[in-house]
Design a protein around this ligand. Structure first.
Ligand code: FES
Length: 97
């Protein structure tokens, strides 16, 4: 029979285990909540775009933050994302010389 004297130890052990669980849960790399793409073509198993370099204009600006309403092109949404999260993402710019 377990007496009341073990209650503080049991509570501490449970708190430590819960803390470790939260640490693992938030630091693991590949959980459902770690998705980068939360809005672009969610029904597709993989979002892929392909361009022929000859079809591009003099300059093309591609989104790398997955927040653009004009994806795969950048619409400047990365600025708001960076302001709210402290992140530093920006577009990929391809220019013809
Ligand atoms: S909107 Fe995504 S990089 Fe600009």
């Amino acid at each position: 029979m377990i007496g009341y004297e073990v209650l503080p130890w049991l509570t501490t052990a449970l708190a430590v285990c819960y803390g470790l669980y939260l640490t693992y849960k938030t630091s693991s790399c590949c959980g459902k909540n770690d998705k980068v793409n939360r809005q672009i073509d969610p029904g597709n198993a993989k979002v892929v775009h392909s361009f022929d370099i000859e079809d591009l204009d003099e300059k093309a600006v591609f989104c790398r933050c997955w927040k653009s309403a004009k994806f795969p092109y950048c619409d400047g949404s990365h600025n708001k994302h960076n302001e709210t999260t402290g992140d530093n993402v920006g577009p990929l710019i391809i220019q013809k010389k």
